[in-house]
Write a protein that binds this ligand. Structure first.
Ligand code: MN
Length: 323
């Protein structure tokens, strides 16, 4: 099986202060790994009270947000009434359904921000559901067979090496943090029905013999039963993402996932109109009480999917995405 390397592009995160993030999905050459449709990787970035993450209330539709931190702490508030911290090693998942709004602010004590913001596309029936409560889970580490060296995983979604996450998903998925000691070699045994991606966070690693650079996402199509990882002399920390191929086409623009241009235009208008669809985020203390959507581009947004993505312009439609 061949490995496709997606290189990240640097994107300023939306909101009044721009935090630079490395985005690998969506990519010109690929829209999904399973239902994973958005991968932002950021930090380690030194921050203080003035320069940390401060995302005012903004909307989402048709997706789940999956927040995973390596360092720092973020305070989450959403219009479903959830309020709580996002901490390293603990997954936080928010299901937008037909519409939710949330704010994300790094805590005053946070001196380094380092993590990923991921989205999962919801399958069609779930796009019209009411938003579901915020889910939180702190996985215990599971050892992976390594020879030589040592390796462990934190399995936050799906199952790996006999460890299963209790967090329910709408499509079969995998999400795990992998930590490899210096020069460790690990053969991961995987579900051949899944496609997979390995995102390199720190250190160095080769996937099936191909070395990754910081922030690269190595992708493998469905059909493979294993992936072979070789860490470098400093070890490696990476994320493993997987899932059954997502067969639907989606339209992504700003913070919305829909099935058509009209879905997106309607969601945007209802957010701008401050109607009931997205609810209210209580307790956000920032200056901007809600984040206005950008103007829609002067052309119809085109769907993208695993069988042929939208034209190149689709990538630019995500400019200003808040995460
Ligand atoms: Mn968000």
């Amino acid at each position: 099986m061949s490995i496709e390397i997606l290189r990240a592009r640097e994107v300023p995160l939306g909101g009044p202060r721009a935090l630079m993030v490395r985005r690998t999905l969506p990519h010109r050459d690929r829209s999904f790994i399973g239902a994973w449709c958005f991968v932002d990787h950021y930090g380690p970035t030194p921050v203080n009270r003035d320069t940390g993450m401060n995302l005012p209330p903004h909307p989402h539709t048709g997706l789940q947000t999956v927040s995973w931190l390596f360092e720092g702490e973020i305070e989450h508030r959403d219009s479903g009434g959830a309020h709580g911290p996002v901490r390293p090693g603990e997954v936080n998942l928010m299901t937008a359904g037909r519409g939710i709004a949330h704010s994300e602010v790094s805590t005053p004590e946070t001196s380094v921000l380092h993590g990923v913001q991921l989205w999962l596309a919801l399958p069609s029936p779930a796009c019209d559901d009411a938003p579901r409560g915020f889910e939180h889970y702190a996985p215990a580490p599971v050892r992976l067979a390594a020879e030589p060296g040592e390796a462990e995983a934190l399995v936050f979604l799906g199952a790996l090496a006999g460890m299963a996450s209790p967090v329910a998903t709408y499509t079969p998925l995998l999400g795990a943090q992998l930590t490899l000691s210096a020069d460790a070699r690990v053969r991961l045994h995987l579900d051949p029905d899944f496609e997979h991606g390995v995102l390199l966070d720190t250190g160095t690693v080769a996937v099936d013999g191909i070395p990754l650079e910081h922030g690269d996402l190595a992708c493998q199509d469905a059909g493979a039963r294993e992936l072979y990882l070789q860490a470098g002399p400093d070890g490696a920390r990476a994320l493993l993402l997987g899932g059954e191929p997502f067969e639907e086409q989606i339209v992504m623009w700003w913070n919305f996932v829909g099935r058509s241009h009209d879905d997106i235009a309607k969601a945007r208008q209802e957010w701008q109109d401050r109607g009931e669809r997205f609810g209210e985020v209580e307790g956000y203390a920032g200056r901007l009480t809600w984040l206005p959507a950008p103007e829609l581009p002067n052309l119809r947004l085109r769907p993208r999917g695993r069988h042929g993505s939208a034209p190149r312009a689709a990538a630019t439609h995500l400019t200003g995405t808040t995460g």
